[in-house]
Design a protein around this ligand. Structure first.
Ligand SMILES: C[S@@+](CC[C@H](N)C(=O)[O-])C[C@H]1O[C@@H](n2cnc3c(N)ncnc32)[C@H](O)[C@@H]1O
Length: 253
């Protein structure tokens, strides 16, 4: 199954390669940097216990509302026109506190679906209404029904769920692309990349980590298993061919 949203850094194109590396006989599966959870949705089940986590509270509220109130979100969206003015209104009112969780989730979903490149910034005129894009919401809710949804920093999640047969799938903001994620003043800075490496170094369980191919990342994870993978970029060159990006999949097994 596909995720119900597009998200910057989403692993739609790499999910097959990533999951081929996953070890068998895992008891607990944790997506530490959940985002749109493309890897989670790719399969029906990875383990008896599954956890989705993201530090972005609006995103987590959206996941929770889709899990617990799928039809209420769709009803909310059904009445909203697909229009630039509404997008701008929602953008300006993002921090309103007089909305219900379901209204906030619908508004956030609308912003994701109608923004250019899902960057949440500019309206992208699109004939498809956000409402129509969420028609399989019950199927999505069913997939999430067994998944615990958390809204914590990665350090807390790694500490809380670590045990020998846990698999942590980690897809942090890519090095030098951290500012793409909107979270007020919070930025995943260089210290956070180092802290992630130090935390992963000490876990009892398994990890699979996605990163952009950069010297800094390669040095940081020296000694771990590092595989190079390629994916085509969304951008085409003038000759019509698509560009190729190199990414890394790093594991501790
Ligand atoms: C590359 S995206 C994950 C994409 C996801 N794998 C997918 O397929 O859609 C990185 C995510 O990490 C989250 N994030 C950033 N800093 C974090 C932190 N300190 N702890 C947990 N999540 C964090 C961001 O909100 C963002 O959604």
């Amino acid at each position: 199954m596909d995720s119900f949203i597009t998200w910057i850094g989403g692993k739609k194109l790499l999910r097959k390669k990533i999951t081929e590396i996953f070890p068998e006989n895992i008891d607990r599966y944790v997506e530490v940097f959940g985002g749109a959870a493309w890897v989670l949705f790719y399969k029906e089940k990875y383990a008896k216990q599954e956890i989705y986590n993201d530090i972005n509270g609006e995103l987590v509220n959206l996941f929770k509302c889709v899990k617990y109130h799928p039809n209420a979100i769709v009803e909310e969206l059904q009445l909203i026109l697909n229009a630039r003015q509404i997008f701008n209104d929602f953008q300006q009112n993002k921090n309103r506190t007089d909305l219900t969780d379901i209204q906030r989730a619908a508004m956030f979903y609308y912003i994701i679906r109608t923004s250019y490149g899902a960057k949440l910034e500019q309206y992208s005129a699109n004939y498809r209404s956000p409402y129509l894009l969420l028609q399989n919401v019950e199927e999505i809710a069913k997939r999430l029904s067994r998944v615990v949804i958390e809204n914590k920093n990665f350090t807390d999640i790694l500490a809380q769920y670590d045990k020998e047969d846990t698999l942590f799938y980690c897809d942090p903001p890519y090095y030098k692309a951290e500012k793409m994620y909107h979270m007020g003043n919070y930025v995943f800075d260089k210290e956070q990349h180092i802290l992630l490496r130090d935390s992963l170094r000490n876990i009892k369980g398994h990890f699979v980590l996605s990163y952009n191919d950069d010297e800094f990342v390669r040095n940081l994870y020296e000694g771990f298993d590092i595989q190079e993978v390629e994916r085509s970029s969304n951008l085409s060159f003038s000759n019509g061919k698509r560009g190729i990006y190199k990414e890394l999949i790093i594991t501790n097994f």
